[in-house]
Ligand binder design. Structure first.
Ligand code: HEM
Length: 489
């Protein structure tokens, strides 16, 4: 028998070997894929079922599915898979992951036509990080101290225009006061003193151009988007002229605008006028509705629960005994009772009900029950402050307004670790304006408590789930009577 192999035999043998290796590789990959422990998926009608449930009410859907599927589950929204992480154990990775694993850029793209080009979600993470450093600098304690003086001035001025008695819509009043304060502290004296009406009308159009539909289709040619674009262009012109005239005159102000003018990138490049404008718009969008909504909820709860209003009054009396009428950054920082009242309103009603990231790599999460899930690259990952802030294994009687749950000794917000309270997000992208927001709301409510008595005359407000920044539905009518808080026993 001739056992000699010719060239053809060798080629056939090699082909056979390569095929086997290839098949094993494919099989290995498939097996690995099928071994992946994917999160359970929400059962809905194919294609649009998930979207319909989501649109009907995302929090209702999260509540129902959390009860059925647990703390990690996926919902199919058209062609996207959105995986929810509920609770501090699983959301830890959401908050801590580096941008290369979980990023904001894609999911928050819809902000670009509003904030404008060259800033925040329109730039690479390395540039965005530098721009967020400008925010951090502009919100340092030494800056906050000067902003507080302006916040107090604005509150005194605004409420001096109220009569001795009257009935007002608290929501409307606080919205107006907060836009005035934000204008002064963030946008600067020129806008606040001379251009307030023009600029606030333009901001109104900008705001109106951010609709739920804008999240999916930010450039859809609808009237609201066209008006948004016109307003954005006009805001650019106004700010460019303000910035140029500040730069030319050489004078300097205590506001965020000045901080952004003075900011420089690592390579020494100063910020451009377009970037400054975009960053200011981003600051206003981040801080204005969120703060005004929180100040309204705080008021509604204080008026409903007399025992907490009495505790807040007592605190103001003690501070007045110590410092007289003076209110500044350090005095506001001593208002612990008021702080807890605001924090509890914000636990029950976080204005940003859903936080999102895009996953760029496969990773694993472990639930508090010890179950592990593999989250594939390409999923959108979501967490919900509105739902997670009311988890009963973290908060006792979670639906009850109980500011004392944050008091020393109880501190329920720390009981289950770092991410038990997420109204301000946390970790890598935690809110940079949190201290600013508390100071602003405290400046308003300490002034109101010291100078007025209130009674809620409309029913306790409901939640407006339809808004982009979720707030108070309808009016919040209160009757007020001017009186000086007496510190004489
Ligand atoms: C009650 C008021 C406020 C609430 C509830 C709030 C809430 C939040 C939340 C939840 C995030 C995280 C978003 C995410 O993880 O995707 C955030 C981020 C941020 N907030 Fe606030 N915010 C408030 C006020 C403010 C104010 C007054 C400013 C500025 C003046 C501000 C500036 C920012 C900025 C710059 C970020 C982005 C941080 C980053 O990505 O690194 N916020 N805020």
């Amino acid at each position: 028998m001739d056992l000699k192999l010719n060239g053809k035999d060798i080629s056939a043998g090699l082909l056979f070997l390569v095929t086997i290796v290839f098949l094993r590789l494919v099989w290995g990959l498939l097996a690995q894929k099928s071994r992946r422990r994917l999160p359970p998926t929400v059962k809905t009608f194919p294609l649009i079922g998930g979207l319909l449930r989501f649109m009907k009410g995302p929090i209702v859907m999260v509540r129902e599915e959390y009860a059925k599927l647990g703390s990690v589950f996926t919902v199919n929204l058209l062609n996207r898979r959105v995986t929810f992480f509920i609770g501090p154990e699983v959301s830890s990775h959401f908050f801590k992951a580096p941008e290369s694993d979980l990023s904001q850029q894609e999911v928050y793209q819809f902000n670009v036509p509003t904030f404008g080009p060259g800033v925040v979600f329109d730039v690479d993470y390395s540039v965005r990080q530098e721009q967020f450093r400008f925010f951090t600098e502009a919100l340092r304690v030494n800056k906050l101290k000067s902003y507080v003086d302006q916040m107090v001035f604005e509150a005194e001025d605004y409420f001096s225009k109220w009569g001795d008695v009257g009935t007002v819509d608290l929501k409307y009043e606080l919205e107006h006061l907060i836009i005035l304060t934000a204008s002064r502290c963030l946008l600067g004296r020129e806008v606040r003193d001379k251009l307030f009406d023009d600029v606030s009308a333009l901001f109104h159009d900008l705001d109106n151009g951010m609709r739920p539909i804008s999240v999916l289709f930010p450039y859809l040619p609808i009237p609201a988007h066209r008006q948004r674009d016109r307003a954005r262009a006009r805001i650019s012109e106004i700010f460019e002229s303000i910035i140029k005239s500040r730069k030319c005159s050489g004078y300097s102000e205590d506001d965020m605008l000045q901080c952004f003018i003075d900011s420089k990138y690592k390579n020494g490049r100063p910020t451009t006028e377009g970037e400054i404008t975009g960053l200011l718009i981003a600051a206003l969008f981040a801080g204005q509705h969120t703060s005004s909504i929180t100040s309204t909820w705080t008021g509604a709860y204080l008026l409903k629960y007399k025992e907490y209003m009495s505790a807040a009054i007592e605190e103001q009396k003690n501070l007045m005994k110590k410092y007289g009428d003076k209110v500044n950054h350090d005095i506001l920082s001593e208002m612990d009772v008021l702080y807890r009242c605001i924090k509890e309103a914000l636990r029950l009603h976080p204005p940003l009900i859903m936080l999102l990231r895009q996953s760029h790599s496969d990773f694993t999460v472990k639930t508090r029950e010890g179950v592990e899930y593999d989250i594939p690259k390409g999923h959108i990952v979501a967490t919900s402050p509105a739902f997670a802030n009311r988890l009963p294994y973290i908060y006792k009687e979670p639906d009850r307004y109980d500011p004392d749950r944050f008091s020393p000794g109880r501190e329920e917000d720390k009981a289950a670790g770092q991410f038990s309270y997420i109204s301000f997000g946390g970790g890598r992208h935690g809110c940079l304006g949190e201290p600013f927001a508390y100071l602003q709301i405290k400046a308003i409510w300490s002034h109101l408590i010291r100078n007025f008595e209130f009674e809620l005359v409309s029913p306790f407000p409901e939640i407006d789930w339809n808004a982009m920044v979720v707030g108070v539905k309808g009016q919040v009518m209160v009757r007020y009577k001017r009186r000086m808080l007496s510190i004489v026993e």
